[in-house]
Design a binder for this molecule. Structure first.
Ligand code: CP3
Length: 355
C-alpha cells in the first residue's frame, strides 16, 4: 500500500518507525466507548453488535472520538470477537455480563466443526467501516485496524466468555495439544486475512490485542503460542506497522518481542523505561498510564503523565497510551485534559529524571 504525505508524516506513524517527532503522539485504547455521552446515547437506540455491523455508525463513532479528544490516531470501532460469530459458536453481548459464546469449543471435534468462512465474506462490514472511517477522518490522522491475537480469541471460544483463571483454556491446551494446534492454525489464518483486509480497506497500522496472554508461564508461551504468533506476524502485509499488546506481560516481554511487532504495548505494572530496556532499541513502545489515573484530580493525572514522558526521556519511538482500555465511568474531561497535557508537555522536550 502506498502511504503519501501528509499521512506519512503523521506523528503516530513516525513514532511507529522510531523517527523523531515534534511531540509525543497519543491515542487511547477504548477511546470510543461508554464513558462518552454521545456513545451512550447511540447505544440506547442500537445494540452493540448491530452498531458494529452498521458501517455508517461504526465509522461515525470512530471519527467522533478523534474529534472530541484531539488524539493522533483513530482506531476502528469493532470488537475482537466479531470474527468468531461466523464460525457458528453463537456470540451474544449480554447486558452486564460481557460477551457470551453459547457453544464453546471444548474438544478436537468442536474445532473441526468450526465453520471456515473467509473474513472478506463473513465480516465485510468491518472493512466497509474502515473505508468510511478513512473517508471521514482528517487526512493526516492514521486509522488503526485491530484483531484479537489467537490466544486471547481462543480463550473466549473455549471458556465461553470472560474468565479469571483460564482453567478450560489451559486444560484444553495441555490435554489435547493436537487440537490446540489445529485451533491456533485456524485462528492464525482467519486473523491474518482479517488484518490484511483492514489494511487493504485503508488502515495505516494494526494492533494485535493479546489481552489475556499474561496468564501464561514463559515456558507455555514458548511452546503453545510463540510459533503461531510468528506465523501470524509474517503474514501481515509488509510495510504496515504492527502494535503487539498484552496485559500483565511482565514475565513475557522478551517473548512478545520474539513473537514480533514493530511496537510493543506495555501496561502500567512495569516502568516504561525498564520495559523498553528489555524490549530493546529496535522496537517502539506504547503505553503506559494506569487507566484508573483518569479518575484522579487533573493535577495528579498531569504528574503521572509527566512521569511516563520523563521516563522515556525524549527517545524516538514512544506512543503515549494507557496501559489498558479507558474504563466506562471515566470523566470525559479528564480524558481530553490528558491528551492536551501529553501534547503540551512532550513538545517542551522534558529532560529525563536521571539528568
Ligand atoms: O478502542 C476502541 O475505541 C475500539 C473499540 C474496541 C471495542 N472492543 C469496542 C467494545 C476494541 C479495540 C475492543 C477490543 C476488545 N474487545 C478486547 C481487547 C481489548 C481489551 O480490553 O483488552 C476484548 C478483550 C474485547 C472483548 C469484549 N468486548 C469484552 C470483554 C466486552 C465487554 C466488556 C466491556 O467493556 O463492556 C466487549 C464489549 C465492547 N467492545 C464494548 C465496546 C465499546 C462495550 C459494549 C457496549 O457498548 O456495551
Amino acid at each position: 500500500m502506498v502511504v503519501c504525505p501528509p499521512m506519512n508524516d503523521a506523528t503516530f506513524l513516525q513514532a511507529c518507525r522510531r523517527e523523531p517527532t515534534a511531540y509525543t503522539p497519543v491515542w487511547l485504547m477504548r477511546q470510543a466507548g461508554r464513558y462518552m455521552p454521545e456513545y451512550r446515547a447511540l447505544r440506547e437506540r442500537v445494540p452493540f453488535l448491530t452498531l458494529c455491523k452498521t458501517p455508517e455508525l461504526a465509522a461515525q463513532v470512530t471519527v467522533q472520538a478523534v474529534e472530541r479528544l484531539g488524539v493522533d490516531a483513530a482506531i476502528i470501532f469493532a470488537d475482537i470477537l466479531l470474527i468468531v460469530e461466523p464460525m457458528g459458536v453463537g456470540l451474544e453481548f449480554s447486558k452486564g455480563d460481557g460477551p457470551v459464546i453459547h457453544r464453546p469449543v471444548r474438544s478436537g471435534a468442536d474445532v473441526d466443526g468450526l465453520r471456515d468462512v473467509a473474513p472478506a465474506e463473513s465480516v465485510g462490514f468491518v472493512f466497509e467501516s474502515v473505508k468510511l472511517a478513512r473517508t471521514g477522518l482528517p487526512e493526516h490522522i492514521p486509522l488503526i485496524g485491530f484483531s484479537g491475537a489467537p490466544f486471547t480469541v481462543a480463550s473466549y471460544l473455549i471458556e465461553g466468555g470472560s474468565s479469571r483463571n483460564y482453567v478450560e483454556t489451559k486444560r484444553f491446551m495441555y490435554s489435547d495439544p493436537g487440537a490446540w494446534r489445529a485451533l491456533m492454525e485456524r485462528l492464525v489464518r482467519v486473523i491474518t486475512a482479517y488484518l490484511n483486509e483492514q489494511i487493504a480497506a485503508g488502515a495505516q497500522a494494526v494492533q494485535l490485542f493479546d489481552s489475556w496472554v499474561g496468564c501464561l508461564s514463559p515456558a507455555d508461551y514458548r511452546a503453545f503460542i510463540l510459533p503461531h504468533m510468528q506465523t501470524l506476524m509474517r503474514g501481515i502485509t509488509p510495510g504496515t506497522p504492527v502494535i503487539h499488546f498484552g496485559v500483565e506481560t511482565g514475565g513475557l516481554l522478551e517473548l512478545l518481542v520474539e513473537a514480533g511487532g514493530d511496537v510493543i504495548g506495555v501496561d502500567w505494572r512495569l516502568d516504561l523505561d525498564l520495559a523498553w530496556q528489555r524490549i530493546g532499541s529496535q522496537h517502539a513502545v506504547q503505553g503506559n498510564l494506569d487507566p484508573v489515573t483518569l479518575f484522579a484530580p487533573q493535577a495528579e493525572i498531569r504528574r503521572q503523565a509527566e512521569r511516563v514522558l520523563r521516563s522515556v526521556a525524549g527517545r524516538p519511538g514512544h506512543i503515549f497510551n494507557l496501559g489498558h482500555g479507558i474504563l466506562p465511568q471515566t470523566p470525559v474531561d479528564n480524558v481530553i485534559a490528558l491528551v492536551d497535557m501529553v501534547h503540551e508537555m512532550s513538545a517542551k522536550k522534558l529532560p529525563s529524571v536521571a539528568s
